[in-house]
Design a protein around this ligand. Structure first.
Ligand code: TEU
Ligand code: CA
Length: 591
């Protein structure tokens, strides 16, 4: 068998962490680093990414808030799991009004998460385990508490005035916003400021004023921020609402639209087309400029992944016509994907068409803003295993959101109890509408998908010591919905993820091969089938999205190895005549 058991090392079990003691832990008991397969395909196209939301991952000092020390204590778990790249949501200095997406100092770490030394230690320890690290970067806006904005709002003459987007209001006393532009959350994105009576622009929430990239000093400063963290050893950056960076300089009104609610693949809404506020040609040019900066950094290649919204063709434009823009963009269409043979085939076909080589699609089923996908699967772990098999055998970079590997679900928290500023903004929305939007992939209270990671069945699910009060609730759960319970169970969702991650790592056709989607009328409609090929090696994948057993003659695969998501084991293909409900199989040649 391929080295599927290679990382089978009991010392890699997650342990209740006293992270400080683990910090700087020596090599003793540490698994060997992931060996880089020789390949001409850049690492970031072959990698698997795991998103950590630091506030909710692990609390190292017992104050109820996740922190860097906590993450350090869990790195061996991530290494054991077999993910290759860790993306961390922001932990820079911030008033935490949007839990880190409101930065007040890009060069400092918020004390509740740790220190600069801790961040350096984290980068080092991730690298020591053969993994890569991606930081989150919010270029579009800062916190209103950032010293730049504090200065900017003081007077029209302040040297920092032009660092943000200020306009006089309309009407005789400037009492109306400068134009009709709406923020991404609906309602005017213009906010009048007392000191001068002028209005500033904020694409997201009022305390997140947008920077003015038409001012060369702003651009230069933010490029310095980017360079700084890459030079500190960070392997990539995830770019927050990158589609909003440049606004039209004419400040003309946005045109009317009948669309009420924006969606994953159509960001227009609130009854306007955001023509002048998103996807500006200058933002696309900026993507290329950033790419050049990143490519110019010494050391191993780094990558940029952009959070942008729209249809696949629009998104691809961010990668540059000559693949000279952002390396990757999130494709959120999967979040609304129907769990059916047809639904899945349509998504793969669209991504393959819009992101042919040398571009690469991404496969995302959740993040810190979205409902947890497992609810679309009726909390069914066998369905989740099939989804994992799709995500980890298809062509594209998979992004796994923490907890997906154990089937963590979201829990309903009423808007008025929400700590999320988006929940506060929508606190008068009736409960039925909140529920409806949730089924449509929109979370008005994002606390629901940010609940503490479930490490074990003990107090606070092992996220924080028993005496601590976690920042978000730790709801009662089934005793098997945690890492410790599932690590010991070969039939668990966690074991399935781990097996698939190993398979993907070890078979080049899976992590860098071409994909051929089979549109074969002889196949049952519920079955999605594709072939991955790389340097003469072929791997075939069959995924049954139906709840019934289907016939599948694998005679032509006689002699090959077969890996099933149901057993997590490798068997001989020849004996197979059927695929069970929600069963997926990967067929490959043993070496
Ligand atoms: O999110 C941008 C965004 O538009 C959505 O994902 C939004 O959070 C969601 O539709 C609300 O229901 C990014 C970050 O991912 C998010 O956490 C930040 O709050 C936001 O930007 C501002 O920085
Ligand atoms: Ca803490």
């Amino acid at each position: 068998m391929l080295g599927l058991s290679q990382v089978e090392d009991p010392s890699m079990r997650a342990q209740p962490s006293s992270a400080m003691e683990k910090k700087g832990a020596g090599a003793a008991g540490r698994p060997p680093p992931v060996t880089e397969p020789a390949s001409t395909v850049p690492w970031w196209k072959r990698t698997t990414v795991y998103q950590v939301y630091p506030r909710s991952f692990a609390d190292g000092n017992g104050d109820g808030v996740g922190d860097i020390a906590g993450i350090l204590g869990r790195l061996d778990y991530l290494r054991w799991l077999g993910v290759e790249t860790i993306w961390l949501s922001p932990f820079y200095e911030s008033p935490q009004a949007d839990f880190g997406y409101d930065i007040s100092d890009h060069f400092a770490i918020a004390p509740e998460y740790g220190s600069l030394a801790d961040a350096a230690c984290l980068i080092r320890e991730i690298h020591a385990r053969g993994m890569k690290v991606v930081f989150d970067m919010v270029l579009n806006h800062t916190s209103a508490a950032h010293p730049w904005f504090v200065a900017s709002r003081l007077s029209r003459e302040d040297p920092k005035r032009d660092w943000y987007i200020w306009r006089p209001g309309r009407g005789s006393r400037g009492q109306h916003p400068p134009n009709n532009w709406k923020s991404m959350l609906g309602g005017s994105g213009w906010h009048r400021d007392e000191a001068t009576g002028d209005w500033y622009w904020a694409s997201f929430l009022p305390f997140q004023p947008d920077l003015n990239y038409r001012n060369p000093a702003v651009k230069a400063q933010m490029l310095d921020v980017v360079r700084h963290w890459l030079e500190e050893g960070v392997d990539g950056l995830r770019l927050d609402i990158f589609n909003a960076i440049f606004k039209d300089a004419s400040f003309c009104d946005n045109p009317f639209s009948f669309r009420a609610v924006p969606s994953e693949h159509n960001p227009h809404g609130f009854f306007q087309r955001n023509q002048h506020t998103i996807d500006h040609p200058d933002t696309l040019a900026f993507a290329r400029e950033l790419r050049a900066v990143v490519d110019g950094i010494e050391g191993p290649p780094r990558f940029l992944v952009g959070e942008v919204f729209g249809d696949a063709d629009m998104l691809r434009r961010y990668c540059g016509a000559k693949a000279d823009g952002l390396h990757l963009v999130f494709l959120f269409k999967t979040l609304g994907m129907r769990f059916s043979g047809r639904g899945v085939r349509a998504v793969i076909a669209e991504f393959e068409r819009a992101f042919p080589e040398p571009f690469s699609p991404t496969y995302v089923f959740g993040n810190h803003d979205r409902p947890r996908f497992i609810h679309r699967l009726d909390l069914h772990h066998e369905k989740a295993k099939l989804l994992a098999m799709l995500q980890l055998t298809v062509r594209g970079v998979p992004f796994i959101y923490y907890g997906e590997e154990i089937g963590m679900r979201h829990h309903e928290i009423p808007l008025h109890e929400g700590l999320d500023p988006v929940a506060a903004r929508y606190r008068f929305v009736p409960r039925w509408l909140v529920g409806f939007l949730r089924t449509r992939g929109i979370l008005l209270n994002r606390d629901e998908c940010r609940l503490p990671m479930r490490w074990d069945d003990g107090p606070n699910a092992g996220f924080a010591p028993a005496t601590a009060q976690p920042w978000l609730p730790v709801p009662a759960e089934s005793p098997s919905l945690n890492v410790a319970a599932q690590q010991g169970d070969p039939a668990s969702l966690l074991s399935c993820y781990r097996g698939l991650l190993a398979l993907r790592r070890e078979i080049p056709a899976l992590h860098c091969g071409a994909l051929d989607l089979r549109e074969d009328s002889a196949l049952p409609a519920a079955v999605v089938a594709y072939r991955r090929t790389c340097a003469g090696e072929t791997v075939d994948v069959f995924l049954n999205f139906g709840g019934r057993e289907v016939e599948l003659d694998l005679a032509e695969h006689a002699g090959r190895a077969l890996y099933s998501n149901r057993t997590g084991e490798v068997e001989a293909a020849v004996a197979r005549r059927t695929l069970g409900a929600y069963e997926g199989v990967v067929l490959f040649d043993r070496r």
